[in-house]
Design a protein around this ligand. Structure first.
Ligand code: FAD
Ligand code: SF4
Length: 476
């Protein structure tokens, strides 16, 4: 095992992301040793790159063969293959347990289809793994209860307390925090408190707490946001799932059992299971199906720089400033903040998708390229031209107003596209439609939005374009 600084500094990584990965690695190494395995461990500060660490280990250990679990990143697989080949060793890949659907199965599912859609893949997965099925029919009579997953909070806010006791940082985690502070002092983000699990036991107890105390609210408030509340009823299980601390089968099984026992509604259980059995598996499939071309896709030719406030949080836009400040505190934001606050702003302003991807890869505790790339480039930026999502997730500030209390204390007005108090999201939304009108016209799912644009007078459109300039370095 190698703790290589390039893995933490290649993207400007949040300090909690680095601590999470290193602490989980050290706990894993300790457990393996306790179980009698010999572990060759290269600590932080010894080698600059993972590749060098691996090459040195091959020299030192002189193995007869190499075996590896499938990597989470295309380039790391190529690097491992190159190391094996230059050392004259055979390399055998082993499937990972952190997902259910193998790459070959996904390829077979995708083959011959003109367009891939998550919903059909998800139904296939439900049947294949017999999840939430009553015989050959979906439990509750529907495949998808998405329509019940879009509630917003009443004026009084989230209905229940949300606190989850954080895990105590043990001596391993404390040591990692100290080392990271000393050896990598310039990482972004804060680490006043560290809430992330670093062992399978911690991850399993997080799952139990989630199912017992938050899952019943998860379905209804899945898309809701609330000022100062970053965690809400979400599971916060992605770091555990992506590093293998928690088996996705276990998460699915527990959610289904809670439904079967009458403890949560079908909409809550299905909403949660769809994320893991559907979206998570689907984005992995898309990633491996389309790499390496996928990362260079830029359907909308977006090239603007990522605004500085993505790092600092200093902006009058209340929704963005709250999202970025929560991110600095936890290295986490839930799905709607990722998609419909920072992701939406980046797409509307025309930010370069690679810069956007680097930011997400660096700043989130759960980022691993196979899951981050397809979510960022595909789902949130529409850079893949519709492989992941059938249309761009474009909306005005009114969507944020409906799903949160952010606008109530913001100096901007989400209903206004121009003028002193125009909401930047709303201005940029109309400008986005205006810039991409010809392309969007060809997408039937965008017909209504384009029609509304066409109702605007030439003078209104000009005013929007002028206003939009103030928000971006507009490509000529
Ligand atoms: P919950 O909302 O409670 O969902 C439960 C689980 O479902 C998650 O733990 C996750 O494993 C899975 N899941 C839900 N949605 C997705 C999805 N779209 N893709 C894959 N898995 C999903 N997820 C990551 O794990 N790593 C990332 O780097 C990442 N980057 C994202 C970037 C953008 C722009 C967007 C829009 C989404 C991204 N996601 C990413 C997906 C999703 O936002 C997170 O998985 C989720 O917010 C994690 O928090 P949670 O565990 O509380 O999830
Ligand atoms: Fe965000 Fe616009 Fe609402 Fe302000 S008015 S919080 S910028 S959506």
């Amino acid at each position: 095992m190698v703790e290589a600084a390039d893995q933490a500094t290649r993207e400007h990584s949040h300090v909690q992301r680095v601590v999470f990965f290193l602490s989980a690695m050290r706990h894993y190494a300790r457990d393996m040793r306790d179980r009698g395995y010999r572990v060759d461990y290269t600590p932080l500060g010894t080698v600059p790159t993972l590749e060098q660490g691996l090459r040195e280990a091959i020299e030192r250990l002189a193995p007869e063969e190499l075996h590896a679990g499938e990597a989470g990143e295309y380039d790391i697989e190529r690097m491992l293959e190159a190391c094996a080949s230059s050392a004259g060793l055979t390399l055998t890949w082993h499937p990972n347990r952190y997902v259910l659907c193998s790459r070959d199965e996904f390829r077979a599912h995708a083959s011959g289809r003109k367009t891939l859609r998550m919903e059909y893949f998800y139904r296939w997965m439900r049947r294949r793994y017999d999840v939430l099925m009553d015989g050959s029919e979906p439990a509750g009579g529907e495949w998808n209860f998405d329509a019940d997953n879009r509630g917003s909070f009443p004026k009084t806010g989230p209905p229940e307390t949300l606190e989850q006791p954080p895990h105590r940082a043990d001596e391993i985690t404390e040591a990692v925090i100290q080392e990271v502070r000393t050896l990598l002092p310039d990482l972004p983000g804060r680490i006043d408190r560290f809430i992330w699990p670093v062992t399978p036991e911690d991850a399993s107890s997080d799952l139990e707490t989630f199912v017992d105390t938050r899952l019943h609210n998860f379905g209804t408030y899945q898309d809701a946001m609330w000022q100062g509340e970053q965690l809400l009823y979400h599971a916060r299980l992605s770091p555990s799932l992506n590093t293998g601390l928690l088996d996705p089968r276990e998460a699915i099984r527990r959610a289904e059992s809670a439904y079967r026992a009458g403890r949560v509604s079908i909409a809550a259980a299905e909403g949660f299971i769809r994320q893991i059995l559907g979206w998570r598996e689907y984005v992995r499939g898309v990633y491996w199906l389309h790499m390496p071309e996928y990362r260079d896709m830029n359907e909308l030719s977006a090239s603007a720089p990522l605004p500085d406030f993505f790092w600092t949080g200093i902006t009058d836009m209340n929704c963005v400033s709250d999202t970025v400040s929560g991110l600095n505190e936890y290295a986490y934001e839930h799905h709607i903040q990722r998609l419909m606050v920072t992701g939406l702003y980046a797409m509307l302003v025309g930010a370069d998708p690679r810069a956007v991807e680097d930011w997400y890869m660096g700043m989130y505790v759960d980022s691993v390229e196979w899951v981050t790339l397809a979510n960022v480039l595909g789902m949130s930026q529409y850079a893949d031209g519709g492989i992941m999502a059938s249309k761009p997730y474009a909306a005005t500030g009114k969507y944020i107003q409906r799903m949160s209390n952010y606008c109530a204390s913001c100096r901007f007005n989400p209903a206004k596209a121009t003028g002193e108090d125009a909401c930047p999201f709303t201005t940029l939304y109309w400008d986005f439609l205006d810039r991409h009108e010809a392309r969007l016209k060809r997408n039937r799912r965008m017909a209504l939005q384009v029609k509304n644009l066409e109702r605007k007078t030439p003078e209104e459109r000009d005013a929007i374009r002028r206003e939009a300039y103030t928000h971006k370095d507009r490509p000529s």
